[in-house]
Design a protein around this ligand. Sequence first.
Ligand SMILES: [Zn+2]
Ligand SMILES: [Zn+2]
Length: 142
Amino acid sequence: MKKDRSLLNALHDEGYRLTPQRMMVVEAIEESHDHISAEEIHTKARTKYPYLNISTVYRTLELLKEKGLVAETDLGGGRFLYHPVGKAQHHHLVCRKCGKVRDIEINLLDKLKDELKDKYDFDAELEHIAIFGSCKDCGSQS
Ligand SMILES: [Zn+2]
Ligand SMILES: [Zn+2]
């Protein structure tokens, strides 16, 4: 899949109807420069479409995920963040204590990926993952 295609075009090409609700959700994701949660998408989209239901947001996110158009990051504790796959060129450090999220370079895990392939013949999908721990402010666990 080409990454520079807009999410809406991609959905449309797949034969999905571009309902106003879907368009609002997709726009909110594309306009956010950072990661966005379902709640934030809902809040944002409702400024233009007041009757938008949060379950529509979840359903649309499911669809986009299924189609490989958005990346989902599980930050633990039921928190999920989203962004278009084209923007997923990083991983995350998530502090368990304060919940702070930091982006790290994608190639930091290349070595791990190679080793998993060499030693276990396993193709790891290390595209956009969250690594949990404690940040500097919260002190190390050890
Ligand atoms: Zn991310
Ligand atoms: Zn912290």
